[in-house]
Design a protein around this ligand. Structure first.
Ligand SMILES: Cc1ncc(C[n+]2csc(CCOP(=O)(O)OP(=O)(O)O)c2C)c(N)n1
Length: 321
């Protein structure tokens, strides 16, 4: 594949996530989606780069801000949107909602609402891979607000001690809800901790989808070939509030506008336009619009889960798919 064709593919992925979430936000405002809704808008390049850096059977585990990574791993927009709508056709049969996306077929193992609580689970999947010798790599995402949670420390201690094939990725979007990072971290460099865990580390700003892919690929190689863990901190920014109920009063419009100028999705679009790929971009944009409209239609027309799911999902563990 040429460099342009690859870039176009990543662009489509980022655009799909952006448009999916913009329409989800609209449906939420219309009262069609309940519960929480944490948008990933501004951070899409990390999801697209993740998928590019990983193989199909590698594991991804993340926080409640999970739509982008799920879509990038291959979850259909239909399944994702139906989950937001609480419909039985959703990835978690409409019982989980926005924070609890799960997709066994694509090795996307959640979607967790407890800050930092999923890091030990990720260490567990990486331990299983090492034990089985299956060559899989686990990617575990969390925010800088989770970096000081006890579970995060325990998971990283064990990953370093046992040299697990895992990459811990702190998506530092500068705020934990409304709290800026200088009020949650005495040492703002999260990767300074890697030495204490006996791990390699990397730290960079999310500037371009290709750059992120290449930096992630270095850590994947370390994990896959040598079973060595890595702690990565990616500086990024969310353009929307923490969740839909966040009025965002803790930051100025000027700050958000300045960050939007550095939007990796916008950067890719500008570059692809400069390369003369206007027609290809228009075709991709149109196909994304069609996909998202179809997902909304599908979600709206799907039935809600019924009481027959109660037993199966509570007692028998037949829920996996
Ligand atoms: C153990 C725990 N404490 C508090 C909360 C409430 N809470 C939800 S999100 C959040 C902020 C987390 O920020 P960060 O880790 O930086 O991730 P981001 O939302 O920025 O992606 C908090 C405190 C929670 N869900 N779990």
């Amino acid at each position: 594949m040429t460099e342009h064709a690859t870039h176009l593919e990543y662009y489509r992925q980022m655009q799909q996530i952006r448009r999916f979430e913009e329409e989800a936000a609209r449906a939420y405002a219309q009262g069609k989606i309940g519960g929480f809704l944490h948008l990933y808008i501004g951070q899409e390049a990390i999801a697209a780069a993740t998928h590019a850096a990983l193989q199909k059977d590698d594991y991804v585990i993340t926080t409640y801000r999970d739509h982008g990574l799920a879509l990038a791993r291959g979850m259909s927009a239909r399944s994702a949107m139906a989950e937001l709508y609480g419909k039985v056709t959703g990835c978690s049969k409409g019982l989980g909602g926005s924070m609890h996306f799960f997709d066994v077929a694509n090795n996307m193992l959640g979607g967790y609402g407890i800050v930092g609580g999923h890091l030990p689970i990720a260490a567990g999947t990486a331990f299983a891979s090492k034990y089985r010798g299956d060559g899989r790599v686990t990617f575990c995402f969390f925010g800088e607000g989770a970096a000081s949670i006890g579970d995060a420390h325990e998971a990283m201690c064990l990953a370093g001690l046992w040299q697990l094939p895992i990459v811990f990725i702190c998506e530092n979007n500068e705020y934990s809800m409304g709290t800026p990072l200088e009020r949650t971290l005495k040492v703002p460099d999260v990767t300074a901790r890697a030495a204490g865990y006996g791990m390699a580390s990397d730290r960079f700003f999310a500037e371009h989808v290709m750059q992120i892919r290449d930096r992630l690929a270095e850590a994947v190689k370390r994990a896959r070939e040598n079973s060595e863990p890595t702690l990565i901190e990616i500086r990024t920014y969310r353009f929307r509030g923490h969740s839909m109920s966040d009025p965002g009063k803790y930051r100025t419009a000027a700050e958000v506008d300045a960050k939007k100028q550095q939007d990796p999705l916008l950067k890719s679009r500008t570059e692809l336009l400069a390369a003369g790929l206007e027609q290809q971009l228009a075709a991709l944009d149109a196909s994304v619009e069609e996909e998202i409209s179809d997902a909304i239609r599908f979600a709206e027309e799907s039935p809600e889960p019924g009481p027959e799911l109660l037993e199966a999902t509570t007692y028998k563990g037949e829920f996996a798919r």
